[in-house]
Write a protein that binds this ligand. Structure first.
Ligand SMILES: Nc1nc2c(c(=O)[nH]1)N[C@H]1C(S)=C(S)[C@@H](COP(=O)(O)O)O[C@H]1N2
Ligand SMILES: [Mo]
Length: 362
């Protein structure tokens, strides 16, 4: 039976796209091919009429702007930047196996990717609008997709502090890996906020507002807030939560995969690490005995502020079960907590506990 015969107009279909690459294809290259770049959407992809598309800049500005795509491309200097995006929910699955988490995607280690972005500096657009008040402290973004909460539909939104917004690395990107931004990644324009949780890199960007306070959007005020492990959905007061910004130091074993069965002998271990966009990864330690003894991994790319650090090392291991563990440090000596228990939170955000992989060698 063709799919269309099953279509029932009385039902609403959830066509929200969320996907990541198979682990076997993850982090094989420094630049992630676009088709292997994870997609995280909270609603269906909006239809954007490129002819009529305008980016509005409003709020505490001297001149409100309404820019067509051509104006954005022609009136501002083109910038390119290689940057990693990582979802705050990356590695949630490990948290879920520690203690259940309701209503959230159980991402493994695949909600991360690195692309070459091209666009204009958010700072240049803000300069063209002119910041009109010293009270200006946050830059808020809205997307063209509509999300329904409690029966009300509102656009996806978020905000970042003005200091970050004015920094050279924050882009309004119209290209990804040398091509027009694909539909799923925010065509025609998105913010790219390197070092911050992916949720702040707003896709299908329609509005920028300069304001005194953070965005009042659901995804700034309820979603993407961090709470200690003692808080759950029954005792939470969302106003108390910490709005997530920078990513904590993280490192992950990508190969071999968890629960692999492999021949004993030389085992290559490889993966990625990532910091907060202000510090490079400086040291990665890997253990093959559950964290008793450690060896330093070698870096596969030059350390960069805004991208992941790919790494590899090798062990010579006998038959039996082995637990591989990785942990990383950055140039500010930030590192990772040892256990999931200390980092678990009821939304399952920013899991950066030591990453463990169990393998059996025969
Ligand atoms: N407009 C809009 N922007 C959005 C989202 C969304 O649902 N709508 N998801 C956010 C989240 S949670 C993440 S992790 C990144 C994912 O970007 P990607 O799909 O290009 O990988 O987009 C962010 N920007
Ligand atoms: Mo995300």
């Amino acid at each position: 039976m063709p799919l269309s015969d099953k279509h029932d107009e009385t039902k609403t279909y959830d066509d929200t796209l969320n996907a990541g690459p198979p682990i076997s294809q993850l982090a094989r290259e420094y630049i992630t091919p676009t088709e292997l770049f994870f997609v995280r959407n909270h609603a269906s992809i909006p239809h954007v009429d490129l002819e009529r598309y305008r980016l509005r800049v409003t709020g505490l500005v001297s001149r409100e702007l309404s820019l067509s795509l051509d104006q954005i491309k022609n009136d501002f200097e083109r910038q390119t930047l290689t940057a990693t995006l990582q979802c705050a929910g990356n590695r949630r699955k490990e948290m879920v196996s520690h203690k259940p988490i309701d209503d959230q995607l159980a991402w493994g280690i695949e909600a991360i990717g690195t692309a070459q972005w091209a666009g204009v500096r958010l700072g240049d657009v803000l300069k063209a609008a002119g910041i009109s008040s010293d009270q200006a402290a946050h830059i808020a973004f809205l997307g063209l997709d509509g999300i329904t909460h409690d029966g009300e539909r509102s656009p996806y939104g978020s905000s970042i502090p003005i200091e970050k917004a004015l920094s050279c690395e924050v882009l309004l990107a119209y290209e990804m890996n040398g091509e027009d931004l694909p539909l799923a990644h925010g065509c025609p324009l998105r913010t790219v906020v390197p070092g911050y949780i992916g949720a702040r890199s707003v896709k299908w960007l329609s509005d920028i507002a300069v304001q005194e306070s953070p965005s009042d959007n659901y995804f700034q005020q309820v979603g993407y807030k961090l709470f200690p492990p003692s808080i759950d959905m029954y005792n939470v007061n969302y106003a108390d939560g910490m709005q997530l910004t920078k990513l904590p130091v993280n490192s992950v074993i990508v190969r071999p995969e968890d629960r692999s069965l492999l021949p004993a002998g030389k085992i290559a271990v490889e993966g990625y690490a990532m910091s907060d966009g202000e510090h490079e990864i400086t040291w990665i330690s890997v253990s093959a005995d559950g964290g008793e003894t450690w060896q330093r991994a070698e870096f596969l790319n030059e350390p960069q502020l805004w991208t992941w650090q790919l790494w590899r090392t090798e062990f010579d291991l006998p038959q039996g079960q082995h637990e591989l563990v990785v942990r990383a440090w950055d140039t500010a000596a930030n590192s990772q907590p040892e256990t999931i228990a200390s980092t678990w939170n009821f939304k399952g955000y920013v899991n950066n506990a030591w990453h463990r992989v169990r393998i059996t060698l025969k």
